[in-house]
Write a protein that binds this ligand. Structure first.
Ligand SMILES: [Zn+2]
Length: 419
């Protein structure tokens, strides 16, 4: 769960009229002058090509022209570094006649993309939300903890908790008395107990702080940083529900100790790596689970035909899509159903409405899933999923379990429940 969830489902519900929705993704890391020029030219060229697809007089073309001009002006400001210099990625969605103008900046770059379609293209945004899930990074110490909240590859919060730890005053016991050895030993252990009480108190305060950050950002991963003993002692104090969220325990990276800026970068990088490792393992598990469940006849389906049908019926709980999915399909103008076989289908099988070719069936599936409140898992190329034509889906519990209301059948066509 990330702060993007609301944005994704909101965007996913948008459909255009005659003027298409423009989706633009950019890599805005200005390493040098050439990169700025590349981005400017990319946008200019894509706009030229896009307009070339629409003959003069095509409904919506004038609005689209104005939208694209506005985008070009915006990108000029960006490449001229007028605004958002620090960010690495831009996602922009626009459509004049729908009153849509949404710019989102991130600390992570996107693969450059500009396209027009009947709905926003959200795969890259969904992938960002998925790959850079938020994490709370905690570096506990005797005095408390450094706590960071890293979200979407960016530092969202930083707090440093410092409690009091009495110093062990060893030196004064070395200046010999009657029975130095014994006296020293007793004093030291008393001193240690005294100190441990403070350390314990500080640890509890740090745990409370982490708990507060977690409750504010539910579902966050936890990454613990530091010497294994310190980390283990801290972890033991965590309540069970937080301990379950720990995905990595890593030694303190050296760059943490060099100045504040570098330190924050180090924290972000450390968290990103831990989350990426976790995500990679999770992807494998998700693929195994979706294939396994569908083979056993459980609540999962594989392949574009079955997945698209489940999406049309609003039954998808989680869509699992390979990043290199490239199939085309169709979309019904009338009831908004989507389908996988544009060649064999002449009219909509649900309502006999007119069909439009979908150049990007994958994008349509992602948008549909997000609009229905389903999760979206974009995975790297994996042979196991690839043999099912790169897509699978977990389904929602069916009515028999009572979770979706007693006897209401699935609507025979998408949108049927609204008519
Ligand atoms: Zn239809």
């Amino acid at each position: 769960m990330t702060q993007l969830d609301g944005t994704l489902s909101e965007l996913a519900k948008l459909r255009s009229g005659s003027e298409p929705i423009v989706s633009l993704y950019l890599d805005t890391r200005w390493s040098d002058e050439h990169q700025r020029e590349r981005v400017r030219l990319f946008v200019q060229e894509k706009i030229r090509k896009t307009l070339g697809h629409y003959a003069d007089g095509t409904p919506g073309k004038e609005g689209l022209e104005r939208t694209l001009r506005k985008i070009q002006d915006f990108v000029s400001g960006l490449t001229g570094q007028v605004y958002e210099k620090e960010k690495s990625g831009l996602a922009l969605f626009a459509c004049e006649s729908s009153g849509l103008w949404r710019t989102l900046f991130f600390a992570r770059p996107f693969r450059p993309e500009l396209c027009t379609d009947g709905f926003p293209h959200l795969t890259q945004l969904a992938r960002l939300a998925d790959d850079f899930e938020p994490a709370i990074v905690v570096a506990p110490s005797q005095a408390g903890a450094d706590i960071f909240h890293v979200s979407l590859g960016d530092l969202a919060l930083e707090s440093h908790l410092r409690g009091f730890v009495p110093r062990q005053e060893e030196d004064q016991f070395n200046s010999g008395s009657g029975r130095p050895g014994q006296h020293y030993y007793e004093r030291q252990s008393k001193d240690e107990r005294h100190q441990e009480a403070f350390v314990q108190k500080n640890r509890k305060a740090a745990v409370q702080e982490v708990q507060a950050v977690f409750d504010h950002n539910p579902g966050c991963h936890l990454v613990l940083v530091g010497p294994s003993e310190t980390v283990a002692a801290f972890e033991r104090e965590l309540p069970e529900r937080l301990r379950e969220q720990v995905i990595a325990r890593i030694p303190r990276p050296r760059q943490w100790d060099n100045g504040d800026g570098v330190r924050a970068d180090g924290v972000v990088a450390g968290a990103a790596e831990a989350v990426a490792d976790h995500e990679k393992q999770k992807e494998q598990q998700v693929i195994d689970a979706v294939v396994g469940q569908s083979l056993r006849g459980g609540l999962a389906v594989m392949g574009p035909d079955d997945v698209v049908e489940a999406l049309n019926q609003g039954r998808v709980h989680k869509l699992v899509l390979e990043e290199d999915f490239t199939l085309t399909g169709w979309r019904c103008d009338n009831c908004d159903a989507i389908g996988a076989n544009a060649e064999t289908q002449e009219v909509c099988p649900y309502c006999r409405g007119d069909l439009k070719v979908l150049q990007h069936l994958g994008e349509a599936m992602v948008t549909r899933a997000l609009a229905e409140g389903a999760e979206v898992e974009i995975v790297a190329h994996a042979n196991k999923l690839h043999s099912y034509r790169s897509v699978g889906a977990f389904l929602r519990q069916t009515a028999q379990t009572g979770l979706r209301g007693a006897s209401q059948p699935w609507p025979s066509a998408p949108g049927a429940s609204q008519s």
